[in-house]
Design a protein around this ligand. Structure first.
Ligand code: G
Ligand code: G
Ligand code: NA
Ligand code: MN
Length: 253
């Protein structure tokens, strides 16, 4: 509970920040989006990754506070970059559980308006335990977000139970293939066939496929050949601070 209080204070003090990991179109090679990943700039412990503190968010109240900070910062950074974004959008992570909150769409609409950011600049990745969420509430939120032009994707696709059920039930724009499948896709035909199946499913549903955790040229070649549309991973870049991501935006050809 000490840790929880400390995180609450850290959120209020602006110690929780976003880093951005670029995402590329695998056909054209252009930068198209970034995933916003939280980092805690802890005054004593240094830069902490989500694995070191997200589990502290036991209470709904604190999770909501984190999401508010994340949405606010993403919108603020998008507003700062302005025309330099040239259509590059930012994807924030929100847990399935929080997406069942009937207030979420209003909160997103208010933030977009306050920062003068178009909905097309924002994306939401549904992370964690889609299985346990109330699907009809989740669907309502997704429809509300998409009515604001905010695109929605399912994160870590292929790892949860009943992924197929969720892909069919939820009106999303993209599926993000979990990086555990990308890791083995060059050597292991089973991993490659999982990716091929997700691509086939996505084609049937008319949605995009993002390959996460691309680390090598061989993996890039494989996921491209298997039909993934977009890629993200250490091959290009880890998540970087906002100023550095702005540099990537302005350096584009
Ligand atoms: O780099 P990495 O350690 O950043 O992220 C680890 C995990 O933390 C990922 O599964 C990611 O989805 C999750 N994560 C990162 N940022 C956020 C966030 O803002 N909200 C939520 N709910 N999860 C996040
Ligand atoms: O899917 P999730 O939101 O969990 O993914 C974000 C996490 O994946 C972050 O922890 C990020 O640092 C990590 N990540 C991003 N690219 C790569 C990669 O190429 N390889 C590995 N191993 N992890 C990556
Ligand atoms: Na994610
Ligand atoms: Mn993921």
């Amino acid at each position: 509970i000490g840790r929880e209080n400390r995180l609450r204070d850290g959120l209020a003090a602006g110690e929780v920040v976003l880093h951005y990991q670029p995402q590329y179109d695998l056909t054209s090679g252009t930068l198209v989006a970034a995933e916003a990943l939280v980092r805690w700039e802890h005054p004593e412990e240094g830069l902490l990754l989500p694995g070191a503190f997200l589990h502290v968010l036991a209470t709904g109240h604190l999770r909501r506070a984190l999401t508010e900070v994340v949405l606010e910062q993403a919108c603020r950074d998008l507003a700062t970059w302005g025309a330099d974004t040239h259509g590059v959008s930012v994807a924030v992570n929100v847990s399935a559980d929080e997406l069942t909150d009937p207030d979420l769409v209003d909160r997103v609409r208010t933030l977009l308006r306050r920062h003068g950011v178009p909905g097309t600049a924002l994306q939401v990745e549904i992370t964690e335990q889609v299985v346990f969420a109330d699907l009809s509430s989740l669907r309502r939120t997704i429809e509300g977000l998409r009515a604001l032009d905010v695109r929605v994707s399912i994160d870590d696709f292929g790892t949860g139970y009943s992924s197929l059920h969720h892909a069919r039930q939820l009106p999303v724009d993209a599926l993000k293939i979990d990086r555990s499948f990308v890791r083995g896709c060059v050597e292991d035909p089973h991993d490659a066939s999982v990716i091929a199946s997700v691509v086939g499913l996505a084609e049937g549903l008319g949605v995009d496929v993002v390959a996460e955790g691309v680390e090598t040229e061989a993996q890039l070649e494989a996921v491209r050949r298997l039909g993934c549309d977009l890629g993200q991973g250490f091959l290009w870049s880890p998540a970087v601070p906002p100023e550095q991501f702005h540099g990537l935006l302005t350096a584009r050809p």
